[in-house]
Design a protein around this ligand. Structure first.
Ligand code: 5AD
Ligand code: SF4
Length: 455
């Protein structure tokens, strides 16, 4: 049974919350971004207004990430700086939430180091934020509440989306994979899927509001539906979504190579709205390291999967995540990764230096790689990835592509910006075009991170 946010809100006894501006800073992945859209949605529901100006806010929220150490350090740095704001404005309410709070001992560490923080909550009880806020406001207490286990899925939380054209739709929460470097299964709990009707209804609602593109989110979308009573899996869900009238484009992330199957690849091939883009994190090209990472596939398996995808979906763009410097990674292991990057020719890649995370198996492994080696490999990896990206972008010169317009370009106001079906960023010149339009653009020049074109 899902938790109904509307019922929850009734029980929160929230009346007359006053008028306030709030500021949200989000760290980390798309999941966190979507969570922040929900925090923002709840605050707007109780009558508050969003601001992008920190100094203007009566409520400041940090939605944190703990996947790598540098994400945590940023939060610590920014929380320290808020001391001055709080001195100037003692009524300022500071809330810290998200993945970092789910780590053992972290909430207490933060309250000790930053006593000016008023509210701390975790990933599983974010829907209770209005109640916590009310308690701080009316009783003047400090609130620290973290559920150490996942709850049922919460439906009906209002979402204040960042874009009017494209939207995130979460289809499942949590992860069961326990890759040995990763904290996500510990801070996000076990896999839970939303009912397909709830997902479809959300998408229909988005169509009604004029949205053209949706990105389905989940840590491991390929295991969607496994624990649901209904007869559904990810490929079936994709085909069902493809039937919704009015939506133009559907993307999804993230796929695990061990679980991405032919049914999903064929769904992309056969359904007109499913975009030709797959985010397929490989993490490493060395079988030895993949095994130590608990990834359940080999380099050869991954390359065969890539071949099959490219054969079935010729225009596909492939993106990935790669970690360098995992414990025990030798120069030979790293060369296997470089070789794989070269052979796949990614359209883009998120590259990471391995970061030790408390209580994960990899943190306990011997042979941690020295920092200097990690950085040296990282620089070479970025170069290899970029060479591939430039090669894959060059192919577009002279071609005509369909672009979903997102608005004026941030860097160059004379141009519009949008993406191709397979996710390439295009900046282009055109008249009488608005956000949400689909236009055909001729690519005149390929740049490393974008394509330049004209209508
Ligand atoms: N160190 C470095 N990168 C990590 N990732 C997850 N955990 C770590 C870690 N401890 C990366 C993986 C994952 C992406 C979201 O973050 O590549 O796919
Ligand atoms: Fe982390 Fe692995 Fe789950 Fe991805 S699949 S969230 S890397 S444990």
């Amino acid at each position: 049974m899902a938790i109904d946010f509307k019922e929850e809100l009734k029980n929160m006894n929230i009346e007359n919350m006053g008028k306030q501006h709030f500021f949200i800073q989000t760290y980390g992945c798309q999941m966190n971004e979507e969570d922040s859209e929900k925090l923002s949605g709840m605050l707007k529901r109780v009558g508050y207004t969003k601001t992008e100006v920190l100094e203007e806010a009566g409520i400041i929220i940090y939605n944190t990430c703990c996947v790598r150490e540098n994400a945590e350090n940023k939060v610590f740095g920014n929380l320290g700086e808020l001391k001055h704001l709080k001195k100037k404005n003692p009524d300022l309410i500071i809330a810290v939430c998200g993945c970092m709070m789910q780590q053992e001992g972290m909430a207490d560490k933060i309250l000790k180091k930053f006593p000016h923080v008023n509210i701390i909550f975790g990933t599983h009880n974010a829907y209770k934020f209005p109640e916590y806020l009310n308690r701080v406001r009316t009783e003047g207490v400090q609130v620290k509440e973290i559920f150490n286990k996942e709850t049922d899925i919460v439906e009906g939380v209002p979402i204040d989306r960042q874009s009017d054209v494209k939207a995130f739709v979460t289809i499942m929460y949590g992860c069961n994979n326990f890759c040995t470097y990763c904290v996500v299964p510990y801070v996000r709990g076990r896999e839970r899927s939303r009912k397909s009707d709830d997902i479809i209804n959300e998408i229909k609602d988005l169509v009604g509001k004029g949205y053209k593109e949706i990105t389905l989110l989940g840590q491991n979308v390929n295991s969607y539906g496994k624990e649901l009573e209904e007869n559904i899996d990810f490929a079936k869900l994709l085909r069902k979504i493809n039937e919704v009238d009015g939506i133009e484009r559907v993307r999804f992330m993230t796929s695990h190579p061990k679980d991405l199957n032919k049914d999903v690849i064929l769904a992309i091939k056969e359904c007109d709205k499913l975009c030709e883009q797959i985010h397929l994190p490989v993490q490493s090209g060395s079988d030895k390291i993949l095994k130590k990472m608990n990834r359940h596939y080999t380099k050869e398996y991954y390359l065969e999967l890539v071949d099959m995808i490219k054969k079935e979906i010729p225009d596909v763009s492939l993106t990935t995540d790669i970690i360098v410097g995992f414990p025990g990674e030798t120069e030979e292991d790293f060369l296997e990764t470089l070789d794989l990057v070269e052979r796949v020719g990614y359209d883009s890649a998120f590259t990471f230096i391995y970061s030790r995370r408390n209580n994960t198996p990899a943190d306990m492994m011997l042979n941690q790689v020295p920092d200097a080696d990690k950085h040296h490999r990282f620089d070479r990896l970025i170069k290899a990835v970029n060479d591939g990206v430039i090669r894959s972008n060059k192919v577009y010169e002279g071609k005509v592509v369909e672009v979903l317009v997102e608005g004026p370009s941030k860097n160059d106001e004379t141009k519009l910006t949008g993406r191709t079906r397979n996710g390439k960023l295009v900046n282009f010149v055109g008249e009488n075009i608005k956000a949400g339009d689909l236009v055909n653009v001729k690519i005149v020049r390929a740049q490393p991170f974008s394509l330049i074109g004209e209508v």
